[in-house]
Design a binder for this molecule. Structure first.
Ligand SMILES: C[S@@+](CC[C@H](N)C(=O)[O-])C[C@H]1O[C@@H](n2cnc3c(N)ncnc32)[C@H](O)[C@@H]1O
Length: 228
């Protein structure tokens, strides 16, 4: 966890993430997350083709969604990340298809409804009411629409890639991330209104930021469809 170096108090989530993005010109690849693309590609767009991307980071998924016909709202707590997303969208010619919002999702509400809500690796090492956020936003999914979650699954330290950030003692910051069934239990979606279509772990080969190290990663995938 990052901290204010003068007072040694933990950084607020907003300060933590803003500092994380500000420390380099790009944190993520800028490309869509492969598992998210594979899961979303066959989904119907519903009446309006509206999508909400939670914790959009630098916008790789949001830009891909826009390029695939969705009208996207992309939200992240870091203004720097959101600005990079907007820049990427302009470069790829989809600026008018994405509304970028820099806001803490723990206090963000909207009247708008969506045919798709996505959250890729919506994780944090600082204070983060993730389940509360997800449970609130699912109320905004239109009937026939979908919630798609893609998560890191670290069932043991062996699942954590060698390039993941570590503490001074060498232990990783995110030692246990239990996976999609846990997410489904936490969300506790009302079965009268929701169907869990997918709750599974997929593996994929990944290359680290140095372009050399490789690892087999586990992605948790949850797809829930709103019935009515
Ligand atoms: C692991 S990153 C994933 C980014 C992006 N979805 C991707 O796959 O590249 C998690 C993201 O969640 C954002 N985030 C963390 N806490 C948040 C909050 N309370 N409200 C909004 N965004 C938040 C962070 O700024 C960060 O961009």
């Amino acid at each position: 966890m990052s901290a204010d170096t003068e007072t040694n108090t933990p950084a607020s989530p907003a300060d933590h993430w803003e500092a994380r993005y500000a420390q380099s010109t790009r944190v993520w690849s800028g490309r869509v997350n492969a598992t998210m693309a594979a899961v979303v590609a066959p989904l119907p767009k519903g009446t309006n083709g509206t999508a909400l991307d939670l914790g959009c980071g630098e916008g790789g998924d949001a830009v891909w969604l826009a390029e695939h016909g969705w009208q996207v709202t992309a939200v992240d707590i870091s203004p720097t990340a959101v600005a990079r997303g907007a820049q990427g969208a302009a470069q790829r010619g989809v600026a008018e298809r994405i509304t970028w919002i820099a806001h803490d999702l723990s206090t963000w509400t909207t009247e708008q409804t969506f045919d798709l809500i996505t959250a890729s690796f919506f994780h944090s090492t600082v204070e983060f009411p993730r389940t509360e956020i997800l449970r609130r936003v699912v109320a905004q999914v239109n009937p026939g629409g979908h919630l798609v979650l893609v998560t890191h699954v670290f069932e043991s330290e062996a699942d954590i890639p060698p390039w993941a950030s570590r503490r001074d003692d060498g232990t990783p910051h995110m030692p246990h991330m239990p996976g999609p069934d846990h997410d489904v239990n936490e969300l506790a979606l009302d079965p009268r209104h929701w169907q869990i279509v997918t709750s599974e772990i997929r593996t994929r080969e990944a290359t680290g930021p140095d372009g050399v190290q490789t690892a087999t990663l586990k992605d948790g995938v949850v797809v829930a469809t709103r019935l009515n």
